[in-house]
Ligand binder design. Structure first.
Ligand SMILES: NC(=O)c1ccc[n+]([C@@H]2O[C@H](COP(=O)([O-])OP(=O)(O)OC[C@H]3O[C@@H](n4cnc5c(N)ncnc54)[C@H](OP(=O)(O)O)[C@@H]3O)[C@@H](O)[C@H]2O)c1
Length: 283
């Protein structure tokens, strides 16, 4: 595993294990156990994924040193605001059976997320969270928070893959020294990406798979990537990306695959703001 250093000096793995849609507790516990066995140390969960308890069980059973792990969770929109976020993070700690979190992100820039940020700043200063950041903050929201926050965000987690590269957003993050972290780094295999001829040719050249090339590309442009797989072989494959390096020409060819479009709902649409504000995940 290779590591990167955040703007506050904290070290984090460049590849993490994504836990979206791993709902069944037994499946989740087994998946995390397999991931840890395969060598993952960064686990990316969220209150909204509903699996923090199962993740906590797997962590306990692994008997790995707590310091070797990098555990991320995210504050949901319903828990936006100072008090609600403090309570939500304590609940996450309880469910994960941890005394501190490595990274807490604001899941979406909706609701009173400035109140959330103040709560996270306090918990950061109290040593309950080692790094704080955001997710799905498009440039205007990110810069606004950056300019108004006492403690600057360390991470912004965005959808980033060869079909949706977000180069402008990434430039903004790099200028502010905010680490980019890629969700859906494999595009979930959509649009026949694993059969894309440019990627297939590059993969064959290095005797790697297309998913490995996709992950290596993100890591090489300075982005942490969070692939998800429930399959032990694919899990192992997705972190076996340290023995090759893409040439500048490969990077340029991959850059040309950017469609600048995503299947995900637009973060700037009225409909998304309404839906995410109405999406209640607990009483
Ligand atoms: N912050 C946010 O709003 C947000 C939003 C979405 C996702 N995320 C995070 O990002 C993580 C990853 O995103 P994602 O789960 O949507 O998608 P993804 O990682 O891009 O793709 C996962 C899919 O690809 C398949 N796959 C994985 N490795 C493969 C390989 N080597 N070869 C072929 N197929 C492979 C998996 O199937 P198998 O299981 O069968 O291998 C799964 O169906 C999430 O789990 C979550 O932690 C965050």
């Amino acid at each position: 595993m290779e590591y990167t250093k955040l703007n506050n000096g904290v070290i984090m793995p460049k590849i993490g294990y994504g836990l979206l849609d791993v709902d069944d507790p037994n499946t989740c516990e087994q998946a995390v156990q397999m991931a840890l066995k395969a060598g993952y140390r960064l686990l990316d969960t969220a209150v909204a994924y509903g699996n923090e308890e199962a993740v906590g069980q797997a962590i306990q059973k692994s008997q790995l040193d707590r310091e070797s792990l990098f555990i991320t969770t995210k504050v949901w929109v319903q828990d936006a605001g100072y008090e609600a976020t403090k309570q939500a993070i304590q609940k996450s700690l309880d469910k994960l059976k941890l005394t501190y979190l490595d990274l807490v992100l604001i899941h979406f820039p909706f609701g009173d997320y400035y109140g959330s940020w103040r709560a996270m700043e306090e918990l950061y200063e109290a040593g309950k969270i080692r790094a704080i950041g955001v997710s799905n903050f498009y440039a205007a929201r990110l810069v606004d928070l950056y300019l108004n926050a006492k403690i600057k965000p360390m991470i912004n987690q965005l959808e980033m893959n060869p079909l949706y590269q977000q180069n402008d957003a990434l430039k903004v993050m790099k200028d502010l020294n905010i680490q980019g972290e890629a969700w859906r780094p494999l595009s979930r295999g959509r649009h026949n990406i694993f059969g894309n001829q440019v990627l297939v040719d590059i993969a064959e050249k290095y005797q790697k798979t297309v998913p490995q090339v996709m992950l290596r590309w993100n890591v090489q442009r300075g982005v942490v990537a969070l692939p998800k797989s429930l399959n032990a072989q694919r899990m192992a494959q997705n972190i076996d990306i340290w023995d090759f390096s893409l040439s500048q020409k490969d990077m340029d060819n991959i850059e040309m695959l950017d469609s600048k479009e995503t299947d995900s709902p637009s973060l700037t649409s009225a409909e998304t703001a309404k839906q995410l504000n109405e999406w209640k995940i607990h009483d």
